[in-house]
Write a protein that binds this ligand. Structure first.
Ligand SMILES: C[S@@+](CC[C@H](N)C(=O)[O-])C[C@H]1O[C@@H](n2cnc3c(N)ncnc32)[C@H](O)[C@@H]1O
Length: 383
């Protein structure tokens, strides 16, 4: 599959291609990856006052409670260390789940400031979050005019292209549709070439389809040797999936704040009787301010960075601790799997519960409650 150039002469083509793909994915009978229904999105504002959304169908916010802008900078831009690249260099970036375009806008402005030329691909099911954001003055006021032009081009034509004489030089293309189905097309073209993958899917509990061994493995194949996969997610199942893809995994420095209005998924998971419910607690850990000493042990990570290259400790990340390695070896580290690449969320969760029970019975994994006890974390129960 090759993509047409995104010149001024080809707007209709880019547009048609993008939305046809989205429609196709939405109508895939075997996949539950349906585009968000109108009315599904509610506007929220984070701790920094920036624009964000809440998805009622996923039951989850788009960004951390710190705020979308802070999260974009702290979780994605800073750990990318754009200063590693030389001025004028081409930076190849893949964004998993583009949503409102906040992370992309932050990337566009940071890479323009660093004098880099972007080559960008976005994987996203639904055009509505970007359209909604672009329609709102409080979102628009966050960005430079050139950034808004780029987002508008993406929203309307599914691509953008700017000459090297313009601020924010480079090109980008949206691959509208279920990311699982679009990723193979990207792999055909850019295997082993991508410098950065920013993974901002909904949490593993809510959207396990995009955190499976198979999906993470394909993303890993995109990475160049020094390329980095970066996410807010620190779930043991995801870190284990990245390790199975032969990536080195480190923890991002802790940031405070929760996903906007995000429920305590640890409680929800325990109520469902899910072994390894502490992976939900990893989401909840974000709810805890780092200075809450009683909970300090829980607030262990602000996300995950993975790379084929060895990663020395730095100010933006650290090596996994003994506690985290033990966590990977517990039931919580049982990865999500989706060999068919079309399974729905419920089926993926059910398969994982079976695998957890089997590995516990064989003694291959320790129970997550034993792990919690060992590290002094009380197990909470729903009444
Ligand atoms: C947490 S939001 C992304 C936030 C985004 N990075 C931003 O800055 O606004 C998750 C996004 O995943 C998208 N999504 C859900 N399931 C998907 C799938 N199977 N394939 C592609 N995108 C999906 C949703 O439409 C939503 O926009």
């Amino acid at each position: 599959m090759t993509w047409p150039a995104c010149g001024a002469e080809a707007p209709a083509e880019g547009h048609a291609e993008g939305h046809a793909s989205a429609a196709q994915a939405g109508s895939t009978a075997t996949s539950d990856a349906v585009a968000l229904a109108p009315g599904d999105l509610e506007i929220r504002h984070g701790g920094d006052g920036s624009f964000s959304l809440w998805s009622t169908s996923f039951g989850e916010g788009f960004h951390s409670g710190r705020g979308a802008l802070r999260e974009a900078q702290e979780t994605f831009v800073q750990p990318s260390q754009l200063e590693r690249f030389c001025q004028g260099q081409r930076l190849k970036v893949v964004e998993v789940c583009v949503g409102t375009g906040t992370n992309l806008a932050a990337l566009l402005e940071a890479s323009a400031a660093a004098g880099l030329e972007l080559e960008w691909w976005g994987l996203e099911l639904d055009p509505a979050p970007l359209q909604l954001a672009l329609a709102k003055p409080e979102f628009r006021s966050q960005w430079q005019p050139q950034t808004l032009n780029t987002l508008e081009s993406l929203s309307e034509r599914g691509c953008w292209q700017q000459g090297c004489w313009q601020q924010g030089a480079g090109s980008g293309r949206m691959l509208w549709g279920d990311a699982r189905q679009m990723l193979p097309h990207l792999l055909e073209q850019r295997r082993g070439q991508v410098d950065l993958i920013w993974d901002d899917a909904f949490s593993p509990q809510r959207c396990p389809q995009l955190w499976t061994v198979e999906f993470l493995g394909s993303l890993a194949e995109l990475l160049a040797d020094g390329g980095r996969w970066i996410s807010y997610c620190s779930a043991a199942a995801v870190r284990e999936g990245l390790r199975l893809a032969n990536l080195n995994v480190v923890a991002l420095a802790t940031a405070d704040g929760a996903r906007l209005g995000k429920p305590d998924s640890a409680l929800a998971a325990e109520a469902e009787g899910v072994e390894g419910a502490e992976e939900g607690m990893e989401r909840a850990e974000d709810c805890l301010k780092p200075d809450q000493s009683a909970n300090q042990r829980r607030a262990w990570s602000g996300g995950t960075l993975a790379s084929r290259a060895a990663l020395e400790p730095s100010t933006v990340w650290r090596q996994l601790t003994a506690m985290e390695f033990e966590h990977l070896a517990s039931s919580a580290g049982e990865p999500y799997r989706d060999p068919s690449r079309i399974a729905d969320a419920a089926a993926i969760r059910a398969d994982r519960r079976e695998a957890q029970a089997a590995s516990l019975a064989r003694g291959e994994r320790t129970s997550s409650s034993a792990w919690r006890k060992r590290w002094g974390m009380e197990t909470r129960r729903m009444k």
